[in-house]
Design a protein around this ligand. Sequence first.
Ligand code: FES
Ligand code: FES
Length: 159
Amino acid sequence: MTERLAISLTINGQSHGARVPARLTLADFLRQELGLTGTHLGCEHGVCGACTVLLNGEPVRACLMFAVQADGQSITTVEGLTPEGELSSLQQRFCEHHALQCGFCTSGMIVTAEAYLRKGGRPDPDAVRHAISGNICRCTGYQPIVEAIVDEAARRGES
Ligand code: FES
Ligand code: FES
């Protein structure tokens, strides 16, 4: 039988305790045990960025971390960045700029971009491209994603 280890962590502002197999990834823990399926799994080896979550405010690949490594830490998923029943301001910019097609990359893009914006990221297309350079999108050609994030950065700079 697989040994389970006790962990306790904060996810989207709420405390969680669980017993998990040592080799369960953080992504599988979020999706399968907590039902937080906004964290997508694409490559499962750290390349595509679809699984990006915030670990203590920093973007990380949830497919490259074990759930046990998140013990005692604070995790924010795309669900935690989405107001109940509505869209965040960044998500609204994605809609307005048609910054998604199939949507598979979108949650990882939103999490990565939100981290950039929260650090005071500037409305500079080159800086935005650099910030999202670890996230792959197969559909949009990136330009509308960059425009959406630049627009949101400009608005936050004004407010
Ligand atoms: Fe984690 Fe691709 S699924 S980086
Ligand atoms: Fe399809 Fe980005 S919208 S992968």
